[in-house]
Design a protein around this ligand. Structure first.
Ligand SMILES: Cc1cc2nc3c(=O)[nH]c(=O)nc-3n(C[C@H](O)[C@H](O)[C@H](O)COP(=O)(O)OP(=O)(O)OC[C@H]3O[C@@H](n4cnc5c(N)ncnc54)[C@H](O)[C@@H]3O)c2cc1C
Length: 478
């Protein structure tokens, strides 16, 4: 295939916009087809219901965005986003106990999802090289089994389909992608897919942070312990722009999600520590409670198809969506955009054509896929509908044992923590955990004594008017 000249990107969300930006660096014309009217500001919209819930952008993704769109981080920070250092700006109870607040070696951007998307989209569209068909829905692919030649679209409100011709079509329509149906209509077989579904649900409410705790209070997390074989319950309090805290309570299958104010308050109280509930009690709720049930890990394998049409790519949540607890969706999409940029910069769509590029995009999702899958299969009631031998094979118990040992070490040993944090943030590949230097570090790194209460600095507790005795009482771990 020669290098494409005209691309249509389906979906103007996070993955679609970053992809369009990269394509516009190499191609003559790029059009984004988006069902919603994209707002000119940090506002919610129908096609992105997950934006009501906490979103962190790991430093791996933030770094790629900064490379592609210099100045983005500064604009986000100026708008009130927080750059939370891992582990220095975080108070977190893991399944293995409280995490020491070691000096930060990675970070996550924390702000509302509408702000994040708007700042990035605004910078992308300011380039003036991308056309957006707002309020327009993709309904089917044009072409045949061997080549996609465009897409049929219609007004989101209905009406007659019309053809947008393109020599490259990218599916970035997210978890609700209809690509399977579109391929079937071209006469192609179903794409293989894997699902690992722990039944993750989110319930989220926005709070106004107490005066004085709006600029530098740490992010707070209380994780579940899957090894108890009880349905998992997590809770987080993440700082957001505008002096707000977003509180998300999460469950795995079997723990009903809270729907009203009383249930929300009650749910926070039964987490493995009372800190989330304590913080809620000193903050003012300012939004309704929103729920999400889009937490299954699902991965498509287009690279395994016996035949893949030229001129078609799939990325973002359409290709692989993860349990959001790990915060990997947006960074993976950014890494896919970076991989596409490299492929195009090297030789356009050279020898291997689209299939070769799709293979590169699929490689990018492997680390977050295996990380999330391996963690999630430990939850009671998790549905493991995966054919991936790393999640079903005879060495799974051994892998879980290693991961358990590593996590227990990581909360108390600074150098081990640095490596695991860089893998978790997708700054380093998963294989770094098998490196011989790292394996010897596991036995030589300092191991600090176990923390028995949340590692707040005294001035942080003062900011929110909580007493150390109050917060240590209920949840101190043995
Ligand atoms: C509750 C929750 C919390 C999350 N938290 C995090 C987090 O902390 N960190 C993180 O990195 N990720 C998180 N994620 C994942 C993250 O939201 C996604 O990975 C990310 O939004 C993927 O972007 P996308 O562009 O692939 O899909 P989306 O953002 O879903 O965008 C798809 C777009 O396609 C449009 N569209 C759909 N169908 C059509 C059509 N037929 N025609 C035209 N347009 C169409 C939609 O309107 C939408 O704009 C979370 C997800 C959930 C559900």
């Amino acid at each position: 295939m020669t290098t494409p000249t005209r691309a249509v990107v389906l979906g103007g969300g996070w993955a679609g916009m970053l992809t369009a930006h990269v394509l516009a660096r190499h191609l003559e014309s790029v059009t984004v087809v988006e069902r919603d009217i994209l707002p000119d500001g940090p506002h919610h919209r129908k096609g992105q219901p997950q934006a009501r819930h906490v979103h962190v952008l790991w430093s791996s993704g933030a770094g790629i965005v900064e490379n592609l769109l210099p100045g983005t981080a500064e604009r986000l920070l100026a708008a009130g986003a927080r750059r939370i250092g891992f582990q220095s700006d975080l108070v977190t109870l893991t399944a293995w106990g409280w995490q020491y607040r070691f000096p930060a070696t990675a970070y996550a951007m924390m702000c509302t999802r509408p702000l994040l998307d708007w700042v990035v989209r605004d910078a992308i569209l300011a380039g003036g090289r991308i056309e957006v068909e707002h309020g327009t829905e993709a309904v089917e692919l044009a072409g045949d089994r061997s080549r996609v030649t465009g897409v049929r679209v219609r007004d989101a409100g209905g009406g007659e389909p019309r053809l947008l011709e393109a020599d490259l079509v990218v599916d970035a329509t997210g978890r609700a992608s209809r690509l399977g149906h579109w391929l079937a209509a071209l006469g192609l077989p179903a794409v293989e897919q894997d699902v690992v579904d722990a039944g993750i649900g989110y319930a989220t409410r926005m709070f106004k942070a107490p005066e004085g705790a709006d600029g530098n209070f740490p992010a707070v997390q209380v994780a579940a312990d899957p090894l108890t074989r009880q349905p998992g319950r997590f809770g987080v309090v993440y700082p957001q722009e505008g002096g707000r805290w977003l509180v998300t309570l999460t469950s795995t299958r079997g723990a009903p999600l809270p729907t009203d104010e009383d249930e929300f308050t009650g749910y926070a109280k039964v987490l493995r520590h009372s800190i989330v509930s304590e913080l809620m009690s000193v903050a003012e709720p300012i939004s309704p409670i929103f729920q999400s049930h889009s937490g299954a890990n699902r991965r498509m394998y287009p690279e395994r198809m016996p035949q893949w049409p030229e001129g078609l790519l799939i990325l973002g949540d359409s290709l692989a969506a993860f349990n959001p607890v790990y915060g990997h969706g947006m960074s993976s999409a950014a890494r896919a955009a970076e991989a596409l940029d490299k492929e195009l910069a090297r030789d356009g769509f050279g020898e291997g054509g689209t299939r070769q590029v799709q293979r590169a995009l699929s490689e990018v999702v492997d680390d977050p896929w295996i990380m999330a899958g391996l963690n999630d299969i430990q939850y009671v009631n998790c549905r493991n509908l995966s054919s991936d031998p790393r999640l079903t094979g005879p060495d799974v118990a051994e892998r879980l044992k290693f991961s358990d040992f590593l996590s227990g070490k990581s909360i108390r040993s600074p150098k081990v923590c640095e490596v695991t944090t860089s893998v978790l943030s997708l700054n380093a590949p998963q294989k770094a955990l098998g490196d011989s230097r790292f394996l010897s570090l596991l036995h030589t790194d300092t191991s600090h004594p176990k923390l028995v209460e949340p590692p707040f600095h005294p001035e942080e507790l003062e900011m929110v008017g909580l007493k150390p005795s109050g917060i240590a009482a209920k949840g101190a771990l043995s």
